[in-house]
Design a protein around this ligand. Structure first.
Ligand code: GLU
Length: 330
């Protein structure tokens, strides 16, 4: 069976250099393994997302030379590829988890939740984030439902989670260290963790390559896979891009948006050249095409730990001046 990877942007902002780097590596991982590449729009939080931004993301990716076999615009056998059109699926899985006893309604206010988080742990449960609503009787649930619409939480098992990330290495989260996830908010919106697990599983994704910031979500997702009796994909969390001071590049506004680079007349080869250099796939800073990186791609070359992108290196995108490593201040 062919491997299947994906890129899953949230169209709440413009694609920036950090997203482009994740997309490029996820695409290369599949293209170098004769796998299939899926594009999925993660617009589950509808008020924050805009269809125009989804279109712009697709334009930016194509401009960079990143294509996809299945996606919102080209369709495919396991669509739709836009989360806001997949709510029936999330609801069906939600109901299954509810029937199987994995979910309970939670009536806590924000203040209650803060109190739970700061209370001494371990009296009634080893789960330090367990909420009192876990143990309400059905009568209490009926009474509380009359005055408050609950959110729904996943009963996180008191068990350790262990998995091996293809970049971050072995990961172990001891029992009781994960909060009871909200799978459905009181306003009816499904939680990201539920949507992403349902999507990756039903889209047959075998390889999830994404940013390091999502490494913490992975044990929670593993628990959901387990509860659903589904096999989890192989995960690879790539290091985040930071400036010289260690601040995430994504927090910087303006010049790092791919659309701004396009408007400024930058060539896609300059952006790809920069990404190839900082991700260890090429040892010189020079213009390159995405397709030329397929034969040299391996996850082993991707640096471990944060990648610092100095102003000097970033400027390459705009000036196009070729540099050898010795001339680059990292
Ligand atoms: N939609 C998420 C984001 O844009 C990525 C989710 C994932 O790759 O699992 O940060």
């Amino acid at each position: 069976m062919a491997r299947r990877g994906r890129f899953a942007p949230t169209p709440s902002g413009q694609l920036h250099i950090g997203n482009a780097y994740t997309a490029l590596l996820a695409w290369l991982q599949m293209r170098s393994a004769d796998g299939l590449f899926v594009l999925r729009m993660e617009d589950i939080d509808k008020p924050r997302c805009k269809p125009e931004l989804a279109d712009l993301v697709m334009e930016d990716l194509r401009w960079l030379g990143i294509d996809w076999d299945e996606g919102p615009d080209v369709g495919g056998p396991v669509g739709p590829y836009t989360q806001s059109q997949r709510e029936d699926l999330y609801q069906a899985v939600f109901e299954k988890l509810l029937r199987d006893g994995w979910i309970y309604p939670c009536f806590c206010s924000r203040a209650d939740r803060m109190a739970i988080a700061s209370a001494p742990h371990g009296l009634s449960s080893t789960n330090m984030f367990a909420c009192r609503c876990r143990t309400l009787t059905s009568q209490q649930r009926v009474e509380k439902s009359a005055v408050k619409v609950p959110c729904y939480r996943f009963r996180m098992p008191d068990a350790p989670v262990h998995f091996v990330d293809a970049i971050a290495g072995p990961q172990l989260v001891p029992a009781g260290h994960s909060r009871d996830l909200i799978l459905k908010r009181a306003d009816g919106v499904f939680g990201y963790q539920l949507a992403v697990v349902v999507d990756d599983a039903t889209m047959g994704i075998t390889d999830v390559l994404r940013g390091w910031d999502l490494l913490d979500s992975t044990p929670l997702q593993q628990m959901l896979y387990k509860a659903l009796g589904w096999e989890a994909p192989q995960f690879a969390h790539v290091p985040l891009l930071c400036d010289s001071d260690g601040r995430r590049l994504s927090k910087r506004s303006g010049s790092i948006a791919i659309a701004s680079m396009r408007k400024a007349g930058v060539a896609p080869e300059q952006v790809i050249g920069l990404l190839a250099f900082i991700s260890g796939l090429h040892d010189r800073l020079e213009p390159m095409k995405a397709v030329d990186l397929i034969s040299v791609f391996t996850l082993d070359k991707v640096p471990r730990g944060v990648i610092k992108v100095s102003e000097d290196v970033l400027q390459f995108v705009f000036t196009g001046a070729e540099r050898s490593p010795s001339k680059i201040k990292q």
